[in-house]
Design a protein around this ligand. Structure first.
Ligand code: FAD
Length: 272
């Protein structure tokens, strides 16, 4: 809401892909934005991170936020094909189930995409090393007040805005406060993921074997189903391989996980 000629102000909690994208969208729409992130500084040259598949609409939107639209193409690889296959790991035979040759996604490395979006925003938007604690709505004004801890000094400050955006991840503490009865649902599998930098082992048996099993890496997203398991592979720019491995299993009992305490205690980026 605009008050007189003043810009409305949004407070965004979380400086990962969702938070930083929301900051772009709101600034483009004429909002003032302040983004609160508990990590002490912007990630630079991060060796860790996940792969992200960007659909055509996401590419178009991200390009509109960048100083030059081709920056996105220069930082990503094409994912022209989407192939679902079933693999019999004992017989080592794969059978194609579905194949979409007009997939038109692009494969981004989290750290590259984050850097691209971050560098296209004014640094004054970000409050690094600030931990969101709580919020309340000031009814008669329709505004919100957030309580935020400055981690370096321990000081607790109030930040007032017209809109609160919860971009603080799947264990969102904003959601826990706003929807305390909402319970996360277990998906039926556990997953591991990572990004392998193979620049120094390009001719190794491992990489040769992977390329043989997945010959269209570099333009194809492979979704490989096995018995009680499935895996996703695609290549990223600069000789990196994104992998995710899922194993069907009963819900593990991880202490405090769904209460969000695990998330709050973390001081590093979750993308490793
Ligand atoms: C195994 C696995 C595989 C996945 N594979 C893919 C994939 O292939 N492609 C894909 O698109 N997605 C994938 N995802 C999902 C992806 O990781 C998430 O969708 C993505 O990270 C969500 O981004 P986000 O910005 O919403 O949240 P996050 O990346 O979780 O960021 C939340 C941010 O909020 C900050 N924060 C949290 N609490 C506070 C607080 N109290 N105060 C201040 N800051 C706070 C955190 O430090 C963090 O920076 C996968 C997830 C998992 C677990």
């Amino acid at each position: 809401m605009m008050v007189g000629k003043e810009k409305a102000k949004a407070v965004i909690v979380g400086g990962s892909i969702a938070g930083i994208s929301t900051a772009h969208a709101l600034i483009s729409a004429g909002w003032d934005v302040v983004l609160i992130e508990k990590t002490s500084a912007p990630p630079t040259g991060s060796p860790t991170g996940a792969g992200l598949g960007l659909d055509p609409l996401s590419q178009q939107i991200i390009q509109s936020w960048l100083p030059l639209p081709h920056f996105l193409h220069n930082t990503t690889l094409p994912l022209t094909i989407d192939q679902n296959q079933a693999t019999d790991s004992e017989k080592k035979i794969s059978k194609t189930l579905t194949r979409d040759e007009c997939f038109n996604f692009r494969a981004a490395y989290w750290a590259d995409l984050h850097g691209l979006l971050y560098n296209a925003l004014p640094p004054s938007v970000f409050l690094w090393g600030h931990l969101f604690l709580s919020f309340h709505v000031v009814d008669f004004k329709g505004s919100i007040t957030t309580k935020v801890k400055v981690l370096k000094t321990g000081e607790v400050i109030n930040i007032v805005g017209d809109l609160l955006v919860a971009a603080d991840g799947c264990l969102s503490s904003v959601r826990q406060k706003y929807l305390p009865d909402f319970k996360l649902r277990y998906s039926g599998y556990c997953a591991w993921r990572g990004v392998l930098d193979f620049s120094k082992i390009e001719d190794s048996d491992t990489i040769t074997g992977i390329r043989k099993a997945y010959p269209e890496l570099g333009k194809c997203l492979y979704f490989d189903l096995g018995s009680g398991t499935h895996a996703v592979f695609y290549e990223l720019l600069n000789k990196k391989l994104n992998w995710i491995w899922y194993v069907n299993q009963p819900e593990p009992q991880v202490k405090n996980f769904f209460s969000g305490k695990l998330c709050d205690d973390e001081s590093k980026w979750r993308h490793d």
